[in-house]
Design a protein around this ligand. Structure first.
Ligand SMILES: Nc1ncnc2c1ncn2[C@@H]1O[C@H](COP(=O)(O)OP(=O)(O)OP(=O)(O)O)[C@@H](O)[C@H]1O
Ligand SMILES: [Mg+2]
Length: 341
């Protein structure tokens, strides 16, 4: 197997706060293969953006390692990191905050080419024109400023900029969630097309289960700073094993109304606990409809099951048989009675 474009090993990002240590990422191990899309899902506050920012070294991990194309970049200085920067890029949720309002679109897209001495002058202009066309913008957009564009167009500009130096890894953190619903699909389609054409690896962070099902080859599910399950996309959707994954997926709308009616929505009680004081034992036990005494005291390891799936739950047996959180009547309601969106 070729070297993964991204390899996080026991990644930790703790923040010191007046209330104590915030364990935003607490031992995250994952890889993104060459040309692979790994979806990272989990509810708000679970630590997805923290992982994404550490992966591209916009934030400093407090523990663990980050490898890009096999090179350990965890502790590289800014200076040492600079020549490697062209290999990885981050596309943010809100393109307006990541695009310099004083620069023209053409200059924004050309900047990485200039910084990495890939192209200047006429060659850069030609590259920019080609990139704008690839992301569905017109040549005249090059002379506009970000505020003269729509949200969807701005996100296309940041995608063009990120891809200008042909990175091996793109970290996309909720790239469509700030956009109008009507343009979200077109930006997702664009990302999917570009990914297929260019074959970059992608860590795709999102709340949107339909988007992750569409784009990701594999999915990692995060809960309170840790990964609780990892599997190929189709397998995860067909057969979620961790009770948290089951709950998360049960909230997603299903296109088929018959399936939708027969499904039970698992309602988790309470909020995500604070990463200042994660619960002992299994971090999910305070909200798990199936938790036992063992779950309250003993930390479950992330195990690799015979079929290759990774899951951290005491209730999943070694042969991979999973519990069914929806079978716990006290915490479920028929899905027809809930508005999921
Ligand atoms: N700079 C910081 N200082 C202190 N705590 C932080 C900092 N950045 C993030 N956190 C905390 O770390 C936890 C994880 O935050 P993060 O933004 O990574 O979550 P997320 O999964 O991306 O959430 P969302 O889906 O809402 O974007 C949160 O509890 C957050 O408050
Ligand atoms: Mg986030």
């Amino acid at each position: 197997m070729s070297t993964p474009v991204l390899e996080l090993t026991a990644l930790e990002r703790h923040f010191a706060s007046p209330g104590g240590t915030v364990r935003a990422a607490d031992g995250v191990t994952l890889t993104v293969g060459r040309g692979e899309v790994l979806g990272l899902v989990g509810e708000s506050g679970s630590g997805k953006s923290t992982v994404g920012r550490c992966a591209v070294r916009l934030d400093e991990p407090t523990g663990g390692t980050v490898r890009i194309n096999g090179t350990d970049v965890t502790t590289l200085s800014r200076r040492a990191l600079r020549p490697l920067r062209k290999d990885f890029h981050l596309v943010f949720q809100d393109p307006s905050s990541s695009l310099d309002p004083r620069m023209t679109v053409g200059a924004i897209v050309a900047e990485p080419l200039r910084l990495h001495r890939i192209a200047t002058g006429e060659a850069a202009r030609a590259r920019v024109a080609a990139l704008l066309a690839q992301v569905g913008l017109r040549p005249e957009h090059a002379d506009r400023h970000p505020h003269e564009l729509s949200g969807g167009q701005r996100q296309r500009v940041s995608i063009a900029r990120a891809l200008s130096v042909e990175p091996d890894l793109l970290v996309a953190d909720e790239p469509t969630s700030a956009l109008d619903v009507s343009v979200q699909a077109s930006v997702l389609n664009l990302l999917a097309d570009l990914q297929r054409e260019r074959g970059f690896g992608c860590l795709f962070i999102t709340h949107d289960l339909a988007a992750v099902e569409f784009l990701a080859d594999r999915i990692a599910v995060m809960y309170l700073g840790q990964i609780v399950e990892q599997a190929p996309t189709r397998e995860l959707f067909a057969d979620p094993r961790h009770p948290y994954t089951q709950a998360l997926l049960s909230a997603a709308p299903v296109p088929d109304p018959v399936t939708q009616r027969s499904r039970r929505r698992i309602v988790l009680s309470g909020e995500l606990p604070s990463p200042l004081a994660p619960p002992p034992g299994c971090r999910f036990h305070t909200r798990c409809p199936l938790a036992t005494d063992r779950c309250r005291t003993e930390i479950p390891a992330l195990r690799t099951l015979p079929d290759g799936r990774e899951v951290s739950c005491h209730l999943v047996t070694d042969d991979g048989t999973a519990p069914d959180a929806a079978a716990s009547p006290s915490r479920t309601i028929p899905s027809t009675r809930t508005a999921t969106r």
